[in-house]
Write a protein that binds this ligand. Structure first.
Ligand SMILES: CC(C)(COP(=O)(O)OP(=O)(O)OC[C@H]1O[C@@H](n2cnc3c(N)ncnc32)[C@H](O)[C@@H]1OP(=O)(O)O)[C@@H](O)C(=O)NCCC(=O)NCCS
Length: 187
């Protein structure tokens, strides 16, 4: 079976039109161009994008974390609706957790809509657990947010866990004829 190689990349200015298109498709316009430029400029932010191979004009997904003291705060996670359910969200989250480990952080945290079962299932796969709730967090709907934590990123056994997840994600992606390179260009 032929597989197509995927690689996560750090966001660059050249990718801004595509990233805004993806943001629009997934969230109806969550962050502005200036917002993305700020992420690129901040040493405390890692914004990973997943380009569609052999198509410079499309992104399949993105994920971002902020490093705040000892925490990796996952601020955005999205896979374009055309590409959901193929394991790409897992690939992006794995990239962010690897980055959190490389930064020497202790835990990852995020907020997610209580009704977002797909995202919650994705986070639980990587050991995130519900740690609490923010009442009425989402202003448009008044919906509560679940606060989820993934502890133990700075534990000695975490690199072994990353390797296990790599295998899990690799197997999942192969079901949709994808493969991936675990490293991304940090320049
Ligand atoms: C949440 C999101 C990033 C998941 O991306 P994805 O590429 O579809 O996820 P994956 O294919 O990697 O799936 C990961 C796991 O999540 C779960 N999952 C995915 N889609 C699901 C669905 N529709 N219903 C229930 N569980 C689902 C499964 O456990 C899946 O693992 P499996 O396929 O091995 O069983 C994507 O749905 C998305 O961008 N949604 C819109 C934006 C959003 O809600 N972002 C999160 C904000 S906190």
């Amino acid at each position: 079976m032929t597989t197509i190689s995927l690689q996560l990349q750090l966001l660059t200015e050249d990718d801004l039109p595509q990233v805004l298109e993806l943001d629009q498709a997934c969230f109806g316009g969550l962050w502005s161009k200036d917002g993305y430029l700020r992420e690129m400029a901040s040493p405390n932010s890692t914004l990973l994008i997943l380009p569609l191979p052999n198509d410079g004009d499309r992104l399949m997904g993105l994920g971002c974390l902020w490093s705040i003291v000892e925490e990796a705060h996952v601020t955005i996670m999205a896979v374009h609706p055309d590409f959901q359910g193929q394991g790409l969200g897992q690939l992006i989250l794995l990239g962010l957790l690897r980055d959190a480990w490389l930064r020497g952080l202790e835990r990852a945290t995020l907020e997610v809509r209580e009704s977002n079962t797909a995202a919650i299932a994705l986070y639980e796969k990587f050991g995130f657990q519900v740690a609490g709730k923010r009442k009425g967090y989402y202003q448009t709907t008044g919906e509560d947010a679940l606060i989820m934590w993934r502890k133990g990123i700075n534990e000695q056994k975490f690199p072994e866990q990353l390797n296990k997840w790599e295998k899990m994600v690799g197997d999942r992606l192969r079901q949709n004829s994808w493969r991936f390179q675990s490293e991304y260009n940090r320049e």
